[in-house]
Ligand binder design. Sequence first.
Ligand code: ADP
Ligand code: MG
Length: 286
Amino acid sequence: MSIRAENLTYVYGQGTAMEQYALRNVNFEILDGEFVGLIGHTGSGKSTLIQHLNGLIKPTGGTVYYDGVDIHSEGYSLRELRSKVGLVFQYPEHQLFEVDVFSDVCYGPKNLGLTKEETEQRARDALRLVGLEERYWEQSPFELSGGQKRRVAIAGVLAMNPRVLILDEPTAGLDPRGRDEILDEIRELHSERNMSIILVSHSMEDMAKYAGRLMVMNQGEKVFDGSPREVFEHYRELEAIGLAAPEVTYIVHELRDHGVPIGDDITTVEEAQKAILKLLGGGNHD
Ligand code: ADP
Ligand code: MG
């Protein structure tokens, strides 16, 4: 699996008075098994970008390739692409509509033309993957909590068995516990199911914890692309575009400025804790 964007450009309302550049010459390639965090200030183009990757939006300029093939070339099946590249919208619970949870999750695989048995098997697997207990399956999705609704929506996309899962701010509006649960489940999908993940978020802390690679957007352009460590090196530039590196980055740099020999490769609180305890000579604090 690979997704490649070449000079991707998108203009809303092109040729009208409302013309708005959302993406400008964006280039990247995402390979099998990557966990990519996509960050950027509101309006930087994140949602527009990801909707290009399963063909929901057609580029104004440039090309999107899936496994080397232009997804807008003649005869290319966008329907098939959408089963391979699963997209979970922001506030996906707004798109729940079936009378019960189980039917809602069946909707996608059913439309892929699978048999009833296959469809139901997929739905059961997906609901278990997102950790929604069986006692909820016959309930109306509207009776569930915010976090549960969101898990049903994610299960609906997982039931399509995608190779790549794209999630647009999946933790928006959830309390800290709901947020951690969802992120941990996404991490499991990545590590155990070997699914490629593209996670849109504006939490640098979450990104440092979960993503192996970060792509930073600003005003429709990709401004940084690298490991969290590489990207957070640019914490001053990140600040200038309205993004702060994780709090711990500042502490580590402050300590280094004061001559404390702590590594500059630290991006999470856990890593900082370990390094500081080690410096204090504590030894076995694990
Ligand atoms: P993000 O997801 O990073 O907040 P978006 O992709 O939603 O960014 O938006 C990128 C830019 O495109 C913004 O300037 C936004 O106002 C504009 N935009 C987004 N959706 C539309 C739309 N449907 N019509 C016109 N402009 C839009
Ligand atoms: Mg958005």
